[in-house]
Design a protein around this ligand. Structure first.
Ligand code: HEC
Ligand code: HEC
Ligand code: HEC
Ligand code: HEC
Ligand code: HEC
Ligand code: HEC
Length: 364
């Protein structure tokens, strides 16, 4: 019973061990702050159930009580299955912009309609739920960035409570690119959320996994040979492109397109990923112009009338099994260049080897 849990919390508070940080923890941390609170689940996987209070107090969900998410947990021992969390819950935090209780309903709705959400119930281990892609991550530490010091000082002119101001600034800064000073110059922008390569790795964690994707193709009812092959090689066929190579070399290069830059709409919320036949998809023929031609940012020089071709030329995913004349030619040139380079190098190695042999024999 929640009353029981709150009772323990009350007792702990009286004995002076209650939260110093003042999180609304609903009495859960009485147990969960203990280190080494491990549990073994059905599949014999060990789960660490300890919560580090200090870290929790600096995390994005710091102002939300445990039971607002874990609303099914009311008693100990917890009932199995009650750990599931519905991310569309409405919580007690008031959104200052609307003065209404906050919720992720909008994102949840987009996700539910998207290719990742619509068949989620059929195979929750294959499709990503919110918690697959998101953790309760930490806010940026404002004090670690010189460039934020100015902002902080500025806020403090008016806002007297320094802790409050630090927290609000961290909340905003966690969603912005932060300039970094190197050798006296502002030379690079750190993306505080995931950088481009992290996004590639996140998407690749499933899209590179053939077993998972083959099962998904069954569920989606995709049977066409080429369509299947395109899905199964999505990551491989991205990684040979210029976009990927730019990111690989500099993971915070904001000019290079990662998966989300193309697969979500410009003014969307990052979760509007659909099959390309769906008119809501960013890569649908209707929208591709807008996607590639996030024009002034990405391809300012490409004439608008050519944009549509980007979607059909297939240069954005270089499929290993070519299915058009253009791709076949590219493949042949690629193979040719590979063997040309290899044979030139081999030839060099053989000549040097023979020369070395000659010299060695002469000496003895
Ligand atoms: C009396 C101690 C105690 C209290 C109070 C307590 N828990 Fe737990 N909790 C545990 C223990 C021990 C485990 C490890 C496995 C188990 O027994 O279910 C656990 C496990 C969990 C899990 C993981 C369960 C799973 O199956 O993966 C969640 C989620 C959880 N607790 C949330 C909460 C929340 C939310 C509260 C407050 C409303 C809370 N707990 C209060 C002791 C407690
Ligand atoms: C914003 C929502 C949210 C809040 C607030 C929240 N949790 Fe959780 N918690 C989750 C989600 C989501 C999971 C992962 C569940 C899963 O994977 O099935 C989780 C997992 C857990 C687990 C299991 C650990 C594991 O590895 O699966 C425990 C224990 C837990 N939470 C305790 C707490 C306690 C104690 C608090 C309060 C201090 C708290 N949670 C606050 C959403 C939340
Ligand atoms: C396939 C992975 C994936 C899934 C599933 C997913 N998200 Fe996201 N979400 C992302 C990525 C990537 C971003 C971009 C920001 C970033 O880099 O973290 C994002 C951004 C967000 C943001 C903005 C965060 C910020 O700090 O600016 C919110 C809020 C959010 N997601 C909520 C949700 C909710 C709620 C769900 C479930 C209904 C969900 N997401 C499901 C990948 C995912
Ligand atoms: C010139 C004085 C001034 C400066 C500088 C200033 N603020 Fe404010 N701020 C205010 C006032 C006054 C309010 C309340 C009235 C309003 O919303 O305009 C406010 C409101 C806010 C709120 C909304 C609080 C709520 O719950 O509605 C936040 C968040 C905030 N400020 C953060 C900041 C941050 C972060 C900085 C520094 C980057 C900053 N402020 C700089 C005067 C200032
Ligand atoms: C937990 C696994 C998982 C993660 C993580 C994931 N996906 Fe998916 N994705 C799937 C499954 C399963 C399908 C359905 C199979 C299909 O439609 O081809 C799918 C479908 C898609 C499709 C539609 C493919 C088609 O057939 O038209 C696109 C596009 C896509 N995902 C992009 C992404 C992007 C971009 C990311 C990273 C932000 C991502 N996915 C992360 C599992 C995942
Ligand atoms: C430069 C833009 C761009 C980037 C970056 C990109 N994609 Fe795509 N993606 C497309 C376009 C356009 C299509 C449809 C055309 C095609 O079939 O090649 C597509 C198709 C797909 C498909 C469906 C297969 C198909 O051909 O119907 C999947 C799955 C997919 N992409 C996943 C990913 C993943 C995962 C990443 C990151 C590793 C990624 N994409 C990066 C533009 C991009």
């Amino acid at each position: 019973m929640r009353a029981f849990i709150l009772g323990i919390a009350g007792a702990m508070a009286i004995s002076g061990t209650a939260l110093a940080s003042g999180i609304g923890d609903d009495g859960c941390l009485v147990c969960h702050r203990l280190k080494g609170l491990f549990a073994v689940d059905k599949n014999n996987k060990v789960k660490d159930c300890s919560i580090n209070e200090a870290l929790y107090a600096h995390s994005i969900h710091r102002n939300i009580g445990c039971t607002e998410c874990h609303n099914k947990i009311e008693q100990y021992p917890h009932k199995p299955g009650n750990a599931v969390v519905n991310c569309a819950n409405r919580c007690h935090v008031i959104d200052p912009s609307t003065k209404k209780p906050f919720s992720h309903e909008n994102v949840f709705k987009t996700w539910k309609e998207s290719v990742h959400g619509k068949n989620f119930e059929k195979a929750p281990d294959i499709y990503p739920y919110c918690s697959y892609c998101h953790t309760n991550r930490l806010l940026v530490d404002v004090k670690k960035f010189e460039t934020l010091e100015g902002s902080f000082n500025r806020c403090s002119i008016c806002h007297e409570n320094k802790d409050w101001t630090l927290d609000r600034l961290a909340h905003v800064a966690s969603r912005e690119d932060i300039p970094v000073i190197k050798n006296g110059y502002i030379s690079q922008f750190v993306k505080t959320r995931r950088d481009g390569w992290e996004i590639v790795e996140l998407c690749a964690s499933c899209h590179e996994d053939e077993k998972k994707m083959e099962k998904a193709l069954e569920i989606e009812g995709i049977h066409n040979k080429f369509a299947k092959e395109h899905v199964l090689t999505a990551v491989e066929s991205y990684k040979v492109t210029m976009h990927s190579k730019m990111l690989y070399l500099d993971r915070s290069d904001t000019r290079a397109a990662d998966c989300l830059d193309c697969h979500t709409n410009k003014n969307g919320n990052f979760h509007d990923i659909f099959h390309k036949e769906d008119p809501r998809s960013s890569i649908n023929e209707k929208n591709i112009e807008l996607t590639c031609g996030r024009a002034t940012e990405c391809h300012p020089l490409a004439p608008i009338k050519d944009m549509k071709k980007f979607a059909t030329t297939k240069w954005v995913h270089m499929h290993p099994v070519p299915d058009s004349l253009g791709q076949k030619i590219v493949k042949i040139v690629e193979e040719f260049m590979f063997w040309l380079t290899t044979s030139v190098l081999l030839f060099g190695v053989v000549i040097i080897g023979l020369d070395l042999l000659k010299n060695l024999r002469r000496k003895h």
